[in-house]
Design a binder for this molecule. Structure first.
Ligand SMILES: *Cc1c(COP(=O)(O)O)cnc(C)c1O
Length: 353
């Protein structure tokens, strides 16, 4: 399928790379493609960035039938543009599609479309250390209809946003809090997909954590509220003695690509890496007996987010010495060096644009 390209008449002025935040500035063009039953996915096009026009009855607005992805394009030291494991994002997008009854996309075509969009927008990939161009592929149900069923029509779009270094004020640990008043997901549900409603459903718990002085919520499993699942919208790792532990994918945990990369790198470094169930009691006991060394989150936005303090019921613990642990630091540096092309990662992790 040929992708048509319509250039914007006027280009926006580029932002100051030293003052980029997250998700507020968008580039000049976007990718769009439509789906209907007769034609399947059709009319792929790169066109000027702009508002979507939709009927107020459009299904996604009412029942949340929509999915998305998040990845980044990085400027390497030679000035080239590279992606980190983008095939995994489109594979996961199709996994989300299947669970939300959205027709699947051609993953190779989607990656090619993204590369063509990045080619048009290459001047928008910033080059200051830690900056990148955030990529948001999204698919939404488009039927103007208020009945509850899967839509017959969809829009797939990709937008781009230059973002600043996540740790503009330094690589500092965050404070997290276990919630027992809310659950994020249950096995058999959609917690393992990037679907719209999951994030709306996490806001109240996040709000309560912020009011209590914490940055993120540590989610326990939705059934027994016993096993650790995720932190905020990141996966989570614990270092207990010499074991690096992350909760095994249970059906309610989002299978993070950063998580998978930490596991793979940890194994390649000869660490003892376990994907298993880990209860909050095990974490608290390990701390009480002096065996808990580190906790950190993993995700595309922050790469690694070290945890300095954890609150569970009435107990507040300081993790390690409350500073960034050595493994959190090592993973943060290694993954970033691979993403920005300073070192070569495992085969197939980097895709040049
Ligand atoms: C996106 C996301 C993650 C992290 O996935 P990455 O592929 O590493 O960015 C973890 N948890 C949730 C709930 C997410 O939405």
């Amino acid at each position: 399928m040929q992708i048509s390209i319509t250039k914007a008449d006027q280009l926006k002025s580029k932002p100051d790379e030293n003052k980029l935040g997250f998700g507020t500035i968008f580039t000049d063009h976007m990718f769009n493609m439509d789906y209907n039953v007769e034609k399947g996915w059709h009319n792929p096009r790169i066109e000027p960035y702009g508002p979507l026009s939709m009927d107020p009855s459009t299904m996604v607005l009412h029942y949340g039938q929509g999915v998305f992805e998040g990845l980044k394009a990085y400027r390497n030291k030679k000035g080239g543009i590279q992606l980190f494991r983008p095939q995994e994002n489109f594979k996961r997008l199709n996994y989300s599609n299947r669970k939300l009854c959205i027709p699947k996309i051609d993953e190779a075509f989607a990656l090619d479309a993204l590369k063509q969009l990045l080619d048009v927008e290459q001047a928008w990939v910033p080059s200051q250390p830690g900056t990148s161009l955030y990529i948001r592929p999204t698919i939404i149900a488009m039927d103007p209809f208020l009945g509850v069923r899967a839509s017959f029509t969809y829009r797939f779009f990709i937008i781009l946003s230059p973002v600043g270094a996540y740790y503009a004020e330094g690589f500092n640990p965050v404070k997290i809090m276990v919630t027992k008043d809310h659950v994020r997901a249950v096995r058999g549900g959609v917690g393992d997909t990037k679907t719209l409603g999951n994030y709306a459903a996490s806001l109240l718990a996040g709000d309560e954590a912020h009011k209590a002085g914490y940055t993120q919520v540590l989610w326990l499993d939705g059934v027994e509220q016993k096993y650790v699942e995720e932190v905020g919208a990141m996966n989570i790792f614990f270092v207990i003695d010499d074991e690096l532990i992350t909760p095994m994918l249970s059906g309610s945990i989002l299978p993070g690509i950063t998580r998978d990369s930490v596991v793979a790198l940890g194994q390649s470094w000869g660490l003892k890496v376990s994907e298993r169930k880990i209860s909050i009691d095990e974490v608290m006991d390990a701390h009480a007996s002096g065996h808990l060394k580190e906790i950190f989150g993993s995700g595309t936005a922050a790469v690694i987010s070290p945890v300095g303090e954890l609150k569970y019921e009435d107990t507040v613990i300081t993790v390690g010495d409350g500073q960034v642990g050595p493994l959190a630091h090592r993973f943060f540096e290694a993954i970033q060096e691979i993403q920005y092309g300073a070192i070569e990662g495992p085969a197939g992790w980097i895709e040049m644009v």
